[in-house]
Design a protein around this ligand. Structure first.
Ligand code: PY5
Length: 305
């Protein structure tokens, strides 16, 4: 599926036409994965468009730079302003937002010190990441034979471009086996996350999700779902999960900025059953909230206007 191109991309402080936002083939990050990024969504509300948890995403981006020792000169506030400028310039009511900070062209050794740090923010319309139907029916998932990188390898805590080689291996393997998404286990064999999503399960009315210490990205949608569940009086616990926990769960769901709240219909041919009542309640509240229909979450919506 081709990308729905927009008009302008913000690059190092300026809006440039989409086709001109290019980079050299000898860019450091292209060879060594020395970049960090974010994935964010802008939703249309009843009173204009809002970028969902924009400040939190930009703060996580700055934290990823910190872990990766990438000396970014923009502050989270400046990147927030640049995002709003980019969404406005492209006149989009709803879009996905992809900020990236990467080591550019300037040196070919592994030592990145002499490579410049480039920053870009692209926006484009992007529908349901795992398909519109998946939001209702759920997806088929499979446990990957590839393990999630440990906290002392490429830390899952930072959203690094390099991490996605791990995700790509797992995603291609899952697809080859007829699954739509992979479940990554960590080196200890506990459930970590999807290739671009966090994971939750429901049993006897209680929601469980792996703790960040099990080696996952501290997802902003994960945090959102925990908050929504608490507000719906559904208990949430963070605990290490095994694949057998998932196989025997009442409901399993993936969360992410791209994937939003996607139910899981089966894992490794064990039927879970698609969107159950708790997933449905959370999903409904999530979509109402991002559309601005719950005043109590107004702080999470950053207005574009
Ligand atoms: N885990 C991984 C490995 C991710 O890539 C993502 C997000 C998440 C969890 C969920 O984090 P959050 O809720 O903060 O988005 N993935 C990106 C996204 O935009 C890229 C997916 C293509 O959703």
């Amino acid at each position: 599926m081709a990308l729905a191109e927009s008009e302008f991309i913000w690059k190092n402080g300026e809006l440039v036409p989409w086709a001109e936002a290019t980079t050299h083939v000898l860019s450091h990050s292209l060879h060594y994965g020395s970049g960090v990024f974010e994935g964010i969504r802008c939703y249309k509300g009843d009173e204009g468009s809002n970028v969902f948890r924009l400040v939190d995403h930009m703060e996580r981006l700055i934290n990823s730079c910190k872990i990766a020792l990438i000396p970014v000169t923009y502050t989270a506030e400046e990147l927030v302003a640049a995002t709003v400028e980019t969404v406005k310039a492209n006149k989009l009511e709803e879009c996905y937002v992809r900020p990236i900070v990467y080591r550019g062209y300037g040196t070919m050794g592994v030592d990145p010190t002499n490579a410049p740090v480039d920053v870009a923010i692209a926006v484009w319309p992007w529908g349901a990441y795992l398909g519109e139907e998946a939001l209702e029916k759920g997806i088929k998932a499979g446990t990957s034979s590839w393990r999630q990188r440990s906290n002392n390898a490429i830390p899952p805590y930072m959203k690094a471009t390099a991490s996605y080689m791990n995700s790509i291996l797992a995603k291609l393997e899952a697809k080859a086996h007829g699954y739509e998404e992979a479940v990554m286990l960590n080196e200890q064999g506990y459930v970590a996350e999807g290739t671009g999503e966090n994971i939750f399960m429901v049993r006897d009315g209680i929601i469980s999700t792996p703790p960040v210490s099990d080696g996952i990205l501290p997802g902003i949608t994960r945090d959102t779902v925990i908050q929504l569940a608490c507000d719906l009086d559904i208990p949430v616990i963070e605990e290490s999960l095994t694949r057998s926990d998932l196989y025997t769960a009442d409901e399993v769901l993936f969360t992410g900025s791209a994937a939003e709240v996607t139910p899981v219909a089966s894992i490794d041919e064990r039927e879970i059953g698609g969107r159950g009542p708790i997933t449905k309640a959370i999903q409904e509240r999530f979509f109402e909230m991002v559309a601005g229909r719950h005043a109590e979450y107004a702080d999470w919506l950053y207005p574009v206007a």
